[in-house]
Design a protein around this ligand. Structure first.
Ligand SMILES: N[C@@H]1[C@@H](O)[C@H](O)[C@@H](COP(=O)(O)O)O[C@@H]1O
Length: 242
């Protein structure tokens, strides 16, 4: 239970409508002086990025920090999250500075430290999140410590399978990633989580109605004071209160 904090849940027809709602949340954050945007990858935020690209919003004086990156993939690798961000947002709407973990860093501990320093120097005003079918956020898989900062994480089999659609073969999906920890994510002043499609319905039910449970990492968001959840009808299907 969330101790009285209300999570705003917006149910939309589909992911296109979801992207439009999300764009409003971004516009509002910018109007309120947001300087640092926390960004996410995956299929879910694609419509949001389309809306942001089409909008008049200006990110040229803002900083972005991303949640995660696959260990072993460089920024020029089409499957990397660095590449994804350039394709979906940065090429069209550049920021003053955009940070992602470096999947090719030789010294992993130094890379984690570097990213934590970036986050300390750039507190996130609005963090965009998707959600894994198993309730993961970033790459914080079930059982992740709820107070962790950036770290190297092993992907679960379910995440490897879910993300295999972006790779030629399932064997090509990296087994590790650098991810902002749940503690880092919870530092954001405001959080916007999106979920579209029936595969996310169970995770969304746990997120909105379940108890806080480290086995469903997203449920910790119930303890955050400013969370908006945008879901389509399919992802909202198991919610009891609509
Ligand atoms: N690390 C990412 C998450 O940030 C993302 O939210 C999730 C869902 O992805 P999708 O939006 O493609 O369903 O999967 C990946 O594992």
């Amino acid at each position: 239970m969330n101790g009285g904090i209300i999570m705003r849940v917006i149910i939309v027809e589909d992911k296109v409508a979801g992207g439009k709602e999300a764009c409003k949340v971004f516009a509002n954050a910018l109007a309120n002086g947001a300087k640092v945007l926390g960004l996410a990858t995956g299929g879910t935020p694609e419509t949001t990025y389309q809306e942001l690209v089409a909008s008049k919003l200006d990110f040229s004086k803002l900083v972005s920090v991303n949640l995660d990156e696959y260990v072993g993939l460089g920024a020029d690798d089409p499957q990397s999250y660095n590449y994804y961000m350039k394709q979906h947002l940065f090429n069209q709407k550049p920021f003053a500075k955009s940070y992602l973990p470096n999947g090719l860093a030789e010294d992993e501990a130094a890379e984690i430290e570097r990213y934590n320093q970036i986050l300390a120097a750039n507190p996130v005003d609005l963090q965009l999140l998707g959600i894994g079918e198993n309730g993961h956020i970033g790459f914080n898989e079930p059982g992740s410590p709820l107070d962790a900062k950036t770290r190297k994480v092993a992907l679960t089999e379910s995440t490897i399978k879910a993300n295999a659609r972006y790779f030629e073969r399932e064997e090509d999906v990296p087994r590790y990633a650098y991810s902002m920890g749940i503690g880092s994510i919870m530092q954001a002043k405001e959080i916007l989580l999106e979920a579209f499609g029936a595969k996310k319905a169970q995770a969304v039910k746990a997120l909105v109605e379940g108890p806080v449970d480290a086995n469903v990492p997203a449920t910790i968001l119930q303890k955050h004071p400013n969370v908006t959840v945008i879901v389509d009808k399919q992802a909202a299907a198991l919610l009891t209160k609509k």
